[in-house]
Design a protein around this ligand. Structure first.
Ligand SMILES: C[S@@+](CC[C@H](N)C(=O)[O-])C[C@H]1O[C@@H](n2cnc3c(N)ncnc32)[C@H](O)[C@@H]1O
Ligand SMILES: [Zn+2]
Length: 289
């Protein structure tokens, strides 16, 4: 918490972490104060904004997502994110590097990234933001348990209004979450970068074949972001075998087409204990204009 360039969501001033007395707080010079929960995260979504934003994943959804991700099926993708961020940092490093994870979910990728950078000797701090309190709470607990809490902080906040100072970040990762061109440009340093992940045509083809009579390939997103220039695309392609019905269903629940699928199609997964499928992601590296 101490090394993140926090911005007060009330007045926009900088905030300092006070960790000498409980409750731990983040506070700005004007006295706006935010308690740090015992799990280690801070809720920076102002009460007047809470009603107008969706709550995000609940505890059960977070648990299912964590169980799937901890199964290691997306490790190749996580490794790809780590390598791309490390390479981008090498080009314009200024220690300590500050990375934001916009829409971090339960923090699987953020956590792996911080561990990877630390093992590589890079002095980096990372802050994950998500609307789901249960998701960031999980991320913060894991950071504490693994000894990463010094370098990894989590807050409930909208990625369209991140509680970070202008021009304070070296990089942003934005994985399968909404993209906020203006806000990303605001928090990045002039030579900052953005890593965006998009599913490629054949992502989860095996899963689609198990559910649909006539599966379609994904349309591939290539966002044109007015404040950014696309610099590099890295492809992650793998075949994985997902074991156990819980993991298969958790994977399906993570897909955007889960809610659009009929009950009868969904039920086709009920008796499946093993599923082999392609995973196919494109990692897009953008530089700030
Ligand atoms: C598909 S999940 C991806 C989570 C994580 N990046 C991962 O790949 O595991 C999308 C996430 O975006 C979050 N989200 C959606 N809209 C958001 C917003 N306006 N601000 C912050 N988070 C948001 C959701 O709560 C959810 O956790
Ligand atoms: Zn303030």
């Amino acid at each position: 918490m101490t090394r993140i360039p926090w911005k007060c969501p009330n007045c926009g001033d900088g905030m300092t972490a006070y960790l000498a007395e409980k409750p731990y707080v983040l506070r700005c010079a004007r006295g706006h104060s935010f308690d740090i929960a015992k799990q280690g995260y801070v809720n920076l979504l102002l009460p007047q904004k809470r009603g107008s934003t969706p709550p995000g994943d609940d505890a059960n959804m977070v648990r299912a997502r964590t169980a799937f991700l901890d199964g290691g099926y997306y490790k190749a993708f996580s490794d790809g994110v780590n390598r791309l961020v490390a390479d981008a940092l090498r080009e314009n490093a200024s220690a300590p590097c500050v990375i934001a994870d916009a829409g971090c979910g339960e923090g699987y990728y953020t956590h792996n990234l911080v561990s990877y950078l630390r093992e590589g000797g890079t002095d980096a701090v990372c802050a994950g933001f998500d609307l789901s309190k249960d998701a960031v709470s999980h991320g913060a607990k894991r950071a504490k348990a693994s000894g990463n809490a010094e370098s990894l902080s989590f807050a409930v906040a909208s990625l369209f209004e991140m509680p970070l100072a202008d021009g304070s970040c070296d990089g942003i990762i934005n994985l399968f979450a909404p993209t906020a061109d203006d806000e990303f440009a605001r928090i990045l340093k002039p030579d900052g970068f953005l890593v965006l992940a998009v599913p490629a045509e054949r992502h989860l083809w095996g899963l689609k074949c198990a559910v649909y009579d006539t599966p379609y390939e994904n349309e591939v997103r290539r966002d044109v972001l007015p404040h950014f220039t696309l610099k590099e695309v890295r492809q992650i392609r793998e075949t994985v075998t997902v074991c156990g019905n819980d993991h298969i269903k958790a994977l399906f629940a993570m897909t955007p087409y889960f809610w659009k699928t009929s009950v009868s199609d969904r039920q086709k997964l009920d008796t499946l204990e093993q599923l082999t499928t392609e995973i196919a992601f494109d990692l897009l590296l953008y530089g700030k204009n």
